[in-house]
Design a protein around this ligand. Structure first.
Ligand code: AP5
Length: 216
């Protein structure tokens, strides 16, 4: 099963994707995480991506599309995948449709995580992430069991560089201009599944999971 996650920055795409990944045993592929890993390792890709990400801008399509088409061609994606953060532009969506079409495949579901803009900024300021395993928490709504420590691997949690209020506002504007049109794109294909991003994540995933059935 091939699933993409749609939604504004901070809507909860990563949170929902990780739960769907556990539930269906599919790899969770986050372009944001791939870029952050490259930044941490000081690669050429990381250096280029950082200059855009720190400003809240999208990384150019030419650095992003090949990276994703290579990744979804790997062995662990044979049964499917959950793409989180890609596609983000119509150009990326078309590149993905073309790459899968060459193999006689298509995206099965586009899961759209819905949260109002008003909630996003406060949510991002409270987000803490695990630099080791990528787990995401919120100081108020999804706190870790021990303060400042990842439940999954025990690493000290950190705050993302692009989670300051000004950068978040810029990311939201870019979302509305460039990424929101993807909802109509995938609606035309009849594969949108909506999920609220401001309710209990486990309960909401339990509700939509039965709708996500294997397609031929
Ligand atoms: P990326 O890492 O993809 O960031 P994003 O899309 O802006 O989304 P976030 O990761 O910030 O949020 P999310 O929706 O996953 O929410 P989360 O689950 O963490 O991309 C970063 C940057 O990389 C981009 O700005 C761009 O520069 C670049 N990039 C990446 N992909 C690209 C592409 N394809 N093309 C070009 N550039 C690209 O949740 C947020 C917070 O809310 C957390 O604290 C969480 O604990 C909390 N929360 C989540 N769900 C709930 C809930 N149900 N109830 C209460 N709290 C919740």
């Amino acid at each position: 099963m091939k699933i993409i996650m749609l939604g504004a920055p901070g809507a909860g795409k990563g949170t929902m994707a990780s739960r769907l990944s556990e539930r269906f045993g599919l790899p969770h592929i986050s372009t944001g995480d791939i870029f952050r890993e490259n930044i941490k390792n000081g690669t050429e890709l990381g250096k280029k991506a950082k200059s855009y990400m720190d400003q809240g801008l999208l990384v150019p399509d030419e650095l992003t599309c090949d990276l994703v088409t290579d990744r979804i061609g790997q062995d662990d994606c044979k049964k499917g995948f959950i793409l989180d953060g890609f596609p983000r532009t119509i150009n990326q969506a078309e590149a993905l449709t073309d790459a899968l079409g060459k193999k006689g495949q298509q995206i099965d579901y586009a899961v759209n995580v819905i949260v109002s803009d008003e909630k996003i900024v406060s949510r991002m300021s409270g987000r803490r992430v695990c630099p080791k395993c990528g787990a995401s928490y919120h100081l108020v709504t999804l706190p870790p069991k021990a303060e400042g420590i990842c439940d999954k691997c025990g690493t000290e949690l950190t705050q993302r560089a692009d989670d300051d209020a000004e950068t978040v506002k810029k990311r939201l504007n870019i979302y509305h201009e460039q990424t929101e049109p993807l909802i109509a794109y995938y609606n035309n294909l009849g594969i949108i599944v909506e999920i609220p991003g401001d309710k209990n994540a486990d309960e909401e995933v339990a509700k939509i999971a039965p709708l996500l059935v294997e397609k031929d």
